[in-house]
Design a protein around this ligand. Structure first.
Ligand SMILES: [Zn+2]
Length: 154
């Protein structure tokens, strides 16, 4: 599957990023996130483990590391402009625009990492509300409270 509306190039967030070559409307499919699926969760304790294996629907993980995955360079952001939507009928996960995306904008989405995974993956997305770790949006409040209470005292 190809994705003519996007290209990979160096990103200010990390490594290569995925960038829009045209504008996208809210809800529009940006690119398929392709790979092999597995029901075995990835080992979160592997430092430096690649971030391509994502839980696309409860209990189903997708390893998108292959070069043939046009969306593999899409970075995580704490304030993303896209989301990963698994379409069961097509057995395909799609990066889908959350709002209007302008030409040249970097496509980002929430990797949805667990607390355990987040410990091994710092986030440098640069968003005002960045929590500093790649972690699923709904878990960010809990992580912030945890970091506040575990900080060394003066
Ligand atoms: Zn962030």
């Amino acid at each position: 599957m190809n994705a003519p509306g996007v290209e990979s190039r160096p990103s200010p967030i990390a490594g290569l990023g995925l960038f829009a070559l045209r504008s996208f409307a809210p809800g529009e499919r940006v690119a398929p996130y392709t790979g092999t699926t597995t029901t075995a969760p990835p080992d979160p304790g592997r430092p430096g483990a690649p971030t391509y294996t994502l839980e696309i629907t409860p209990g189903l993980w997708l390893d998108g590391a292959a070069d043939s995955n046009p969306a593999r360079h899409a970075n995580h952001s704490c304030e993303p402009n896209a989301e990963l939507v698994y379409v069961g009928a097509e057995q395909t996960a799609w990066l889908t625009a959350l709002g209007p995306v302008a030409v040249g904008e970097e496509i980002t989405f929430d990797y949805g990492f667990s607390l355990a995974e987040s410990l091994f993956h710092p986030c440098r997305c640069g968003a005002a509300g960045c929590v500093g770790r790649i972690i699923a949006g709904p878990l960010r409040g809990a992580l912030r409270r945890h970091l506040r209470f575990s900080r060394p005292r003066d």
